[in-house]
Design a protein around this ligand. Structure first.
Ligand SMILES: *Cc1c(COP(=O)(O)O)cnc(C)c1O
Length: 452
């Protein structure tokens, strides 16, 4: 066998590619304060032909050989090659299923519609994909003798859940800063259960972000937000996985909700490396979907990205994307330019309606997925997405983490939203006759003349 090429990766300034840092350095930004990215020795990776990569990734899928059975670490060479397998902290994240949304798609007039259920994972959101990489690297750095007292993040709820779980598994102290009262009960209980130090601050996400940057800067606490580009390396595997799930054929469209905009950047970065290695040729188009109440990227898009104005994010049921000053704005613009991108927005009513209607076809959507569904519906209506196109919508979290708004909808208690599809429970005495009458009436009214 020929010797394995020597793969390597490092941090690189986006603005100035000559500014580089070792992958085990504690560094988040370049000398100008701009974001870094992880870069790879593409020439070394190219020594293997595309067929070899495809075969290798397929062979590792769904096996238990440590750590390659993970959807992220199955692509270790493209993610973080220089880390010892014994330091990898993994819960076998990734490999989430693609749901063929046949019935919902038919309602929209498109047949080839798929929902990538990234919430079907350990902590219930795609954040696991990035956190396994970040915590593994922290463990590796500790192993190499670096002093890291704790790992911290600001969060709209899902990052903190992932951080707390992976840190607990690795026995590394975790600190989370949450905007008080702005996250769901499920999201709050996750870091509490996992033993993280949980701060609920009287501010919004952007305010928590300021605090975490300060403790990272002044107290040497390791920053776990997505401005840490290690997270992006894990999250980019979602693109690789989608393509792999279609036998290495890219879809026409990928629709993704965006808040801090790390994930849309990650999606593009995953596609980039597939193209660079010749694993795919066709480029899907990317749609980033924002809630109307927190839509700085959408507003910039309307002006061809010539001006960017951070905003104070208004309240949205899509609380994980209630962000007015996205850290990864520049990366996202770059990503959208490379993938002929579109930014679309959804009002509260639109995101709830889309999510609820899709639920009726067997899904169980979180509000952020609702934003992506609503954006897709608009693009289909405008005939930008065509009936024959293959479309993948990224569902970012499990609906069970966000039941509060769903409960309110079905109890018809959501402000300014008429709960057209409300399906409240029916309370009756335990009497056969009453139950039977009502049952038959319900079957009749709900399913008669319905297109199945
Ligand atoms: C974090 C998160 C997002 C947004 O991802 P960004 O990288 O911040 O754009 C969307 N949906 C859910 C459920 C999330 O947890």
């Amino acid at each position: 066998m020929p010797p394995e090429p020597n793969y390597s990766s490092w941090f690189e300034s986006i603005a100035n590619p000559n500014e580089r840092y070792k992958i085990d350095e504690v560094v988040y930004t370049d000398t100008e304060g701009g974001l870094l990215q992880v870069s790879h020795d593409i020439e070394a990776l190219r020594q293997s032909p595309p067929e070899k990569w495809r075969r290798l990734f397929d062979e590792r899928s769904h096996k238990t050989v440590w750590p390659f059975g993970s959807g992220v670490w199955g692509k270790k060479e493209l993610v973080l090659p220089n880390i010892s397998n014994k330091n990898i902290v993994s819960m076998y994240e990734g490999h989430t299923n693609l749901f063929w949304a046949e019935r919902y798609g038919r309602q929209l007039g498109i047949e080839d519609l798929w929902i990538k259920l990234c919430g079907n994972t350990h902590t219930g959101s795609f954040k696991d994909l990035g956190m396994t990489v970040l915590i593994s690297m922290v463990k590796e750095m500790l192993d190499r003798g670096r002093d890291i007292p704790a790992v911290a993040c600001a969060s709209t709820g899902d990052t903190s859940a992932a951080l707390a779980a992976y840190a607990a598994a690795a026995n590394i102290p975790a600190i989370v800063f949450l905007p008080r009262g702005k996250i769901s009960v499920a999201q709050l209980i996750q870091p509490i259960a996992n033993g993280a130090i949980v701060f609920a601050l009287d501010t919004d996400f952007d305010g928590c972000m300021e605090i975490v940057k300060e403790v990272a800067d002044k107290d040497g606490i390791y920053l776990a937000n997505s401005m840490n580009s290690l997270r992006i390396e894990g999250q980019k595997t979602v693109a690789i996985e989608i393509v792999q799930q279609f036998d290495w054929n890219p879809p026409d469209w990928i629709v993704i909700p965006g808040g801090n905009l790390g994930n849309v950047s990650a999606l593009a970065k995953g596609l980039d490396i597939l193209i660079e290695l010749g694993i795919i040729e066709k480029k899907p188009r990317i749609v980033c979907a924002q809630a109307h109440n927190a839509n700085p990227l959408y507003k910039a898009y309307l002006r061809d990205f010539e001006v960017f104005e951070p905003m104070a994010a208004g309240t949205t049921l899509a609380s994980a994307i209630q962000i007015g000053n996205p850290v990864s704005y520049e990366k996202a613009v770059d990503a959208l330019r490379r993938y002929d991108g579109i930014v679309e927005e959804a009002s509260e009513e639109e995101l709830v309606e889309a999510s609820v209607r899709a639920d009726r076809t067997g899904l169980f959507n979180c509000p952020h997925t609702g934003v992506a569904l609503a954006a897709t519906e608009k693009l289909v209506d405008r005939e930008i997405i065509r009936p024959g196109d293959r479309v993948v919508i990224i569902s970012t979290a499990h609906g069970l983490k966000f039941v509060e708004s769903k409960v309110k909808y079905h109890e018809m208690r959501l402000d300014n939203i008429d709960s057209k599809w409300a399906n409240p429970e029916i309370s009756l005495p335990a009497d056969y006759g009453l139950v039977r009458d009502r049952m038959l009436r319900e079957i009749d009214s709900r399913f008669k003349g319905n297109v199945r």
